[in-house]
Design a protein around this ligand. Structure first.
Ligand code: 13P
Ligand code: SF4
Length: 302
């Protein structure tokens, strides 16, 4: 195992590369990363790096966003088939229809979306800044794509807006159900339930804290409490345990797993660097259009 980490370190130097990893990729991959975080942190940090090559250990929309924001850099993905199904769950026709219906409409697009979908958006958001950005928009009518659950969470936090929901979803978070949460809460009375806003409204109602992956990790790390129930993809357990070796984390039955994130292995990280495999390319006119809402997000959010 150690030798593959050494090999990756040498390749990084040789290729002037850094590795960015999302909290959902396997722990051993997070261990070789230079930057680990939630979607907002990763897109922000990607614009501040000097290295000429970025290896993105995550799913397609993440590598694509890094390339859109940094066209001059080489962006490599260890597995280009690691796609997020939700990234495609909105229809152009529906967006156009909404624009016709509401004169002042803002199309707010979760970053978990394809570059093509982003071209229809006024602004992108992540789970850590969606509420803040929607609140700051001058528009009253918001069409939130593609995630219905994050959209519904935002609608509740920003009641002064008319947030119109789309029907996209993350299958990993949608499968968490109210009964499972109630059962695990019964087994661990008084233990806080920390949850991602991609879960359903019924599940969020049972939460003690709702936030992005970084938000969940920070909340548990800063808390004096010693036990937590975690309602998000199980990759976060790696960082939770690294930062809190004395605390206990319980997962829901089924242990939420994103199969695309788990496609990223150390061997694939090494091979993309070694053989320059998995280079992300985005058509120039698509890139220019998708860059607008992404940049607006970076400018608007703290
Ligand atoms: P965050 O890390 O931004 O909370 O995103 C979760 C997610 O589903 C990424 O695919
Ligand atoms: Fe997509 Fe859900 Fe996987 Fe995130 S956890 S990449 S939203 S399928």
């Amino acid at each position: 195992m150690d030798s593959i980490y050494r090999e990756i370190e040498e390749l990084k130097k040789e290729k002037d590369a850094v590795i960015l990893a999302h909290y959902y990729v396997p722990g051993e991959v997070q261990a070789c990363a230079d930057y680990i975080g939630d979607s907002f942190y990763l897109s922000k940090i990607a614009t501040k790096l000097e290295a000429s090559t970025l290896v993105f250990a995550g799913v397609t929309f993440m590598g694509e966003s890094a390339k859109i924001l940094n066209p001059e850099k080489t962006v490599l993905m260890p597995d280009t088939t690691a796609d997020c199904p939700m990234a495609h769950m909105a229809a152009a026709g529906k967006i156009e229809k909404m624009r016709e219906e509401y004169e002042d409409l803002a199309v707010v697009c979760y970053i978990n979306s394809s570059a093509a979908l982003k071209t229809y958006a006024d602004v992108c958001v992540t789970s850590s800044n969606a509420v803040e950005i929607v609140r700051k928009l001058p528009n009253k009518n918001i069409f939130f794509i593609p995630d219905e659950n994050l959209g519904s969470y935002v609608a509740k936090q920003v009641p002064e807006k008319n947030v119109i929901l789309n029907d996209g979803y993350c299958y990993v978070h949608k499968e968490v159900n109210k009964e499972q949460v109630e059962e695990i809460k019964r087994c661990h009375p008084g233990v806080e339930f920390l949850v991602h806003p991609e879960c359903t409204k019924e599940v969020l109602e049972l939460a003690d804290y709702v936030g992005s992956t970084s938000g969940i990790i920070d909340h548990a790390t800063k808390s004096d409490k010693k036990e937590f129930i975690i309602g998000t993809e199980n990759g976060v357990l790696y960082e939770l345990q690294q930062k809190n070796p004395d605390k206990k984390f319980y997962t829901l039955p089924g242990g939420q797993t994103c199969t695309s994130m788990k496609k990223i292995t150390l061997e694939k990280v090494r091979d993309c660097l070694k053989y320059n495999k998995g280079e992300v390319s985005v058509d120039d006119s698509l890139r220019r259009k998708a860059n607008v809402p992404l940049n607006r997000m970076l400018e608007t959010a703290k």
